[in-house]
Every structure is written in structure tokens, then in C-alpha cells.
Design a protein around this ligand. Sequence first.
Ligand SMILES: [Zn+2]
Length: 77
Amino acid sequence: MKTITCDICKRTITQPVVERDYFHIGHRDICESCKDQLDLVAKPVIRTKQPFNYEWYNQFVQDSIEKSIVRGKVEVR
Ligand SMILES: [Zn+2]
């Protein structure tokens, strides 16, 4: 049986479906609830970024993931 572990909250997901139960971002596996939290963090920051730059966005998301892994959760301000 296939299982994956969320790199942020360490929750184990059995029979995961990518883009539904978890997301593969960079080299990290992120569960759906952590991805939702990341989106909450990213949205207000993205709104202030003009003009929008996809490379910058990817870097921002990757940085947020790495910080969240250190904390063991996504910090929502
Ligand atoms: Zn998670």
C-alpha cells in the first residue's frame, strides 16, 4: 500500500491522490490541510507583488515550505 508523509505536519496519508490528498511542491510532499494553510499565507503576499512573477512566486512558496518544516507547522499570520 502506498503511503506518503507530509513534510510539514508529518501526517501519514494512505493511498494518496496527488493534487487532491497531497501536493508535490519542489522536492516536498505537502498534505492538503498544510497546502491550504500555505495558500492562506501566500495570498496576501502575492496581492502586493506587482508585476507578478512566477519564478518569484515559486521561490516564495518554497521558502514558506522550508520554514514550515522547521516549525513543524505552517505559521499563519
Ligand atoms: Zn501536513
